[in-house]
Design a binder for this molecule. Structure first.
Ligand code: COA
Length: 219
């Protein structure tokens, strides 16, 4: 797969915030990503593809001949999103960010606070890649199990979570402020248990067979 996973950086915030806005348009307040990046209990990972060259313009020129047209067009779309408006004063982004996952590590639990993929990049395996990396990070941090909450209506997300061994363990009534929708609470089995390890290995193998190597840097 041409996309890889790495920890989120400050210069990624505008792109991640945009993915959050389009993915959760009714969520308020938005995530304070800058503060979250210095929260020692939180870890954010992004799925990205590099923009080569010193400036985004150079990147496109350098890669025009070598890059597959579909990838070039996606990068151009990303650049238009990024630089179409007024120039930013902050350090420029070096990567095109296409998705992110946030995890809070609390006691022995790894709690997925948010996961989203830019809508133009969905159903390409990026949700899988982010989930695989989140499990890998949780194992490295010695979390016992993984948990999350999801809107009862979010059937696509439920399918993703169930694929990764999450089961419904409870309900939070009227949890979401915008429409008072209930949240399902989901949890995995202990992630170091033999059963979960077998599931994880089979998901990783299946990903590699279908999408190519899974590449990540977790710290
Ligand atoms: C949920 C989300 C992150 C999935 O990302 P994605 O990159 O499209 O997911 P993938 O292509 O990697 O799919 C992985 C698995 O997720 C499930 N899945 C993803 N989208 C689905 C959909 N629309 N309907 C049914 N299953 C879906 C499938 O099980 C799929 O595995 P498969 O390809 O073997 O069928 C993405 O749809 C998204 O960003 N949604 C908006 C934000 C959101 O709702 N986040 C969850 C909040 S609780």
């Amino acid at each position: 797969m041409e996309y890889s996973i790495r920890p989120m950086r400050t210069e990624d915030i505008p792109q991640v915030a945009e993915i959050e806005r389009e993915s959760f348009p009714t969520s308020w307040p938005s995530t304070p990503f800058k503060r979250e990046l210095s929260n020692r209990l939180a870890r954010y990972l992004v799925a990205c593809v590099p923009l080569l060259g010193d400036t985004p313009g150079d990147a496109v020129i350098e890669r025009t001949t070598a890059m597959p047209p579909a990838l070039l067009s996606r990068i151009l779309t990303g650049l238009r999103r990024l630089f179409g408006s007024a120039p930013r004063k902050s350090r420029p982004a070096t990567d095109l960010i296409v998705g992110y996952v946030g995890i809070w590590f609390m006691t022995d639990e790894a709690h997925i606070t948010s996961i989203a993929v830019h809508e133009e990049y969905r159903r390409m395996g990026l949700g899988d890649l982010l989930m695989l990396a989140a499990v890998e990070l949780s194992m490295a941090r010695k979390a016992r199990l993984m948990t999350l909450e999801a809107r009862v209506s979010n059937v696509g997300a439920h399918a993703l979570y169930e694929k990764y061994g999450y089961r419904k363990v409870g309900l939070r009534k009227s949890y979401y402020m915008d429409n008072k929708e209930d949240a399902v609470i989901m949890s995995t089995d202990p992630i170091m248990s033999p059963g979960y390890q077998v599931l994880y290995s089979s998901l990783l193998d299946a990903f590699r067979e279908r999408r190519g190597e899974a590449v990540w840097t977790l710290a």
